[in-house]
Design a protein around this ligand. Structure first.
Ligand SMILES: NC(=O)c1ccc[n+]([C@@H]2O[C@H](COP(=O)([O-])OP(=O)(O)OC[C@H]3O[C@@H](n4cnc5c(N)ncnc54)[C@H](OP(=O)(O)O)[C@@H]3O)[C@@H](O)[C@H]2O)c1
Length: 234
């Protein structure tokens, strides 16, 4: 992979490019990783896998290795059949309609977390707590700012959000996104798949700062910082 921004480098490793995680005072930093086609589609036949490639897989792995916890929406877990991972995964779900018997829960080396709200069905909360740690954030819907704060209270300093678009839109609306890692895949998809963020339009669209740009095989790896996120290292 070659780096174009901040300065040209012929060959770089994703781990070195992405090592400087954002730092935010008072809560965990939240990095969002998404892949999109050139025309803005986030899925092919309902899955993101049709957009990926070898370099994208390396970036995906590097980002996970730098994170303390992954935050992902229930819709994506259901669509992409998430499996067990090398780090804790927190699943945002209001309905708690998840298949608790899948290897994601039963074969996890790190106990998953379920992020939900106080009015989630009690029986489902009981069922969830058998295979996951339940984080309650919000009264009648998931309060994502509160959820991120609670992940911080549990010792997770760096959150990697992995979508999907509905969760991303809600995270942006809650003002808790600090960095966007966007892979632009050299494909045209058309169709009705969602953009990287969906939901209510943001009242004041944040102006993002390009932090780094890499390229391999026509794939562009863009990294944008949100206002107020600082440079960090670890
Ligand atoms: N290209 C990529 O990088 C990428 C990454 C991830 C996903 N995807 C694709 O995106 C699609 C899924 O995205 P999606 O937008 O339909 O669904 P999603 O964002 O993955 O999941 C939405 C679900 O998250 C839960 N949720 C709870 N509180 C929420 C809140 N405050 N805001 C948003 N969600 C909340 C709800 O689950 P309950 O229904 O359980 O209450 C809701 O139905 C799939 O096709 C997947 O392949 C692409």
């Amino acid at each position: 992979m070659r780096q174009l921004v901040p300065e040209p480098v012929d060959s770089v490793e994703p781990l070195d490019v992405y090592r400087d995680v954002p730092i935010v005072a008072g809560r965990p930093a939240v990095r969002l990783n998404m892949i999109s086609s050139v025309d803005g589609s986030t899925a092919v036949d309902g899955l993101s896998g049709g957009l990926g490639g070898p370099a994208d897989h390396r970036v995906f792995s590097a980002l996970r290795s730098l994170a303390d916890v992954v935050l992902v929406a229930a819709g994506t877990v259901r669509a992409e059949t998430y499996g067990p991972a090398d780090l804790p995964i927190a699943v945002v779900s209001a309905s708690l309609r998840l298949d608790w018997d899948t290897p994601f829960f039963t074969a996890a080396t790190h106990r998953p977390l379920i992020v939900t709200h106080r009015r989630a069905p009690a029986a489902d909360v009981m069922r969830a707590s058998k295979v996951a740690d339940v984080v309650v954030a919000g009264e009648s819907e998931v309060d994502l700012a509160r959820a991120v704060a609670q992940l911080g209270e549990r010792g997770f300093a760096h959150v990697l959000a992995e979508g999907g678009p509905s969760l991303n839109g809600a995270l942006a609306a809650a003002g808790v996104l600090d960095e966007l890692c966007l892979t632009l895949a050299p494909r045209l998809v058309s169709g009705a798949a969602k953009r990287i963020l969906t939901g209510t339009a943001l009242t004041s669209p944040p102006l993002l700062a390009l932090h780094s740009l890499c390229e391999e095989d026509g794939y562009l790896f863009l990294r944008y910082r949100f206002p107020a996120a600082a440079n960090g290292g670890r």
